[in-house]
Design a protein around this ligand. Sequence first.
Ligand SMILES: CC(C)(COP(=O)(O)OP(=O)(O)OC[C@H]1O[C@@H](n2cnc3c(N)ncnc32)[C@H](O)[C@@H]1OP(=O)(O)O)[C@@H](O)C(=O)NCCC(=O)NCCS
Length: 146
Amino acid sequence: MYLIKDAEEGDLPIISELERELFLNEAWSYFQILEEFKNKFSKIWVLKREEEIIGYLIFRAINPEIEIFRIGIKKNYQKKGVGTQIMQKLIEFAKKENISKIFLEVKVSNLPAYSFYKKLGFEEIYRRKNYYNNEEAIVMAKEIKA
Ligand SMILES: CC(C)(COP(=O)(O)OP(=O)(O)OC[C@H]1O[C@@H](n2cnc3c(N)ncnc32)[C@H](O)[C@@H]1OP(=O)(O)O)[C@@H](O)C(=O)NCCC(=O)NCCS
């Protein structure tokens, strides 16, 4: 079974490795991840299978909103419902914290992620031009009802 918990500083190098595997030249650096780890509004969750970190989520919660910065599931665990589990946990957390909206951005070309968010009930709210090197980003949001 999977366990989702707050990341410890010792988990950050593994998250950084997963970033490189999943986002290649757009990966966050170790130091960006560390900055987020230290930010009092930010949370980094890891999803573990036994002792192995197979997924992570980086977000900021500033009531009444959450902004998701990064989500990644290790390649050989993708398409097995693991990403959905971590997002469902985020939605439960949002309800408890009286958050009313969760926001995120996704590249137009990232169809798997777009479908993933759509299935979770996120809706496109607008597009931001040239955000990622000449590529449009879609801003999506989901309303949270208590
Ligand atoms: C996007 C990501 C987090 C999804 O996690 P996951 O564990 O693979 O997703 P799940 O198995 O929970 O999928 C749930 C639904 O999302 C959609 N989905 C997920 N992967 C998809 C793919 N490759 N193609 C099309 N739809 C996909 C499907 O609707 C799926 O439901 P289904 O299995 O009933 O068809 C994962 O693919 C990932 O880490 N991608 C690389 C990093 C990334 O792009 N992050 C998002 C940046 S904005």
